[in-house]
Design a protein around this ligand. Structure first.
Ligand code: PGA
Length: 249
């Protein structure tokens, strides 16, 4: 039985004051025996969030990482640094990185490998644009994004990773994929992995992301291949985030 997982992606939001408030709210949540909770703040807030949540079961991740271990790479942050500061997860391949910062499949795979080399668990995001969905390319595109990582990291690497299906047209738009649309893609992701290893496929946590809210989380999580959520906007409101986590537990 796979554990549930709900991850908050704070994106480039927050101030010292709002982050302190969120941490206070997170500390009050009751943890579920069968579902985990994690948050991914902007880099600069990571140390205070890790400290603030130290006495809880809530873990912390980053939203991006360099593919390089160290060196003259102005503005970058390495996986080793994230691990040293107490991160458990790192998001790689978020569509905002792919589209706004040109993170290619190859670079995403390299970031995935760099994260695992220091023991971080990568959360690999895959997902199609509206045009790609309308052209009927969703399943092949998601498969390509997944295979780019499997080809360079190997299938066993997915036993220490999380995959998040995030249709670009649903991110921050209020348009959620229907539970049927999401389940179809999640099942496909699991099948692609199963072709290489049925054991890895059976254990893989696949999250859905894209306008997950308190009122649509339960119907998404009711599907057999949807193991949790990667939550943007609603993760900044503690009541909404708590309700999504409760739906997963
Ligand atoms: P959203 O973002 O929940 O605000 O749609 C999800 C994400 O981008 O991870």
């Amino acid at each position: 039985m796979r554990r549930g997982l709900v991850v908050g992606n704070w994106k480039m939001h927050g101030s010292k004051a709002s982050v302190a408030e969120l941490v206070t709210g997170l500390k009050r949540l009751t943890s579920h025996a069968d579902a985990d909770l994690a948050v991914c703040p902007p880099y600069v807030f990571i140390p205070s969030v890790v400290d603030g949540l130290a006495a809880t079961d809530i873990t912390v991740g980053a939203q991006n990482v360099s593919d390089q271990a160290e060196g003259a790479f102005t503005g970058e942050v390495s996986a080793g640094m994230l691990a040293e500061f107490g991160c458990r997860y790192v998001i790689v391949g978020h569509s905002e990185r792919r589209t706004l910062f040109a993170d290619s499949d190859k670079l995403v795979a390299a970031k995935f490998v760099a994260a695992q080399q220091v023991g971080l668990t990568p959360i690999l995001c895959v997902g199609e644009s509206l045009a790609q969905r309308e052209a009927g390319e969703t399943l092949t595109l998601v498969e390509e994004q997944l295979l780019a990582v499997i080809d360079s990291a190997g299938i066993q690497a997915l036993s220490k990773a999380v995959v998040a299906y995030e249709p670009i047209w649903a991110i921050g738009t209020g348009k959620t994929a229907s539970p049927e649309q999401a389940q179809q893609v999640h099942a496909h992701i699991r099948q692609v992995v199963a072709k290489a290893s049925s054991t890895v496929a059976a254990g893989l946590q696949i999250l859905y992301g894209g306008s997950v809210k308190a009122d649509n989380a339960a119907e998404l999580f009711a599907n057999q291949d949807i193991d949790g959520a990667l939550v943007g906007g609603a993760s900044l409101q503690i009541e909404d985030f708590a309700a999504i986590y409760n739906a997963a537990g």
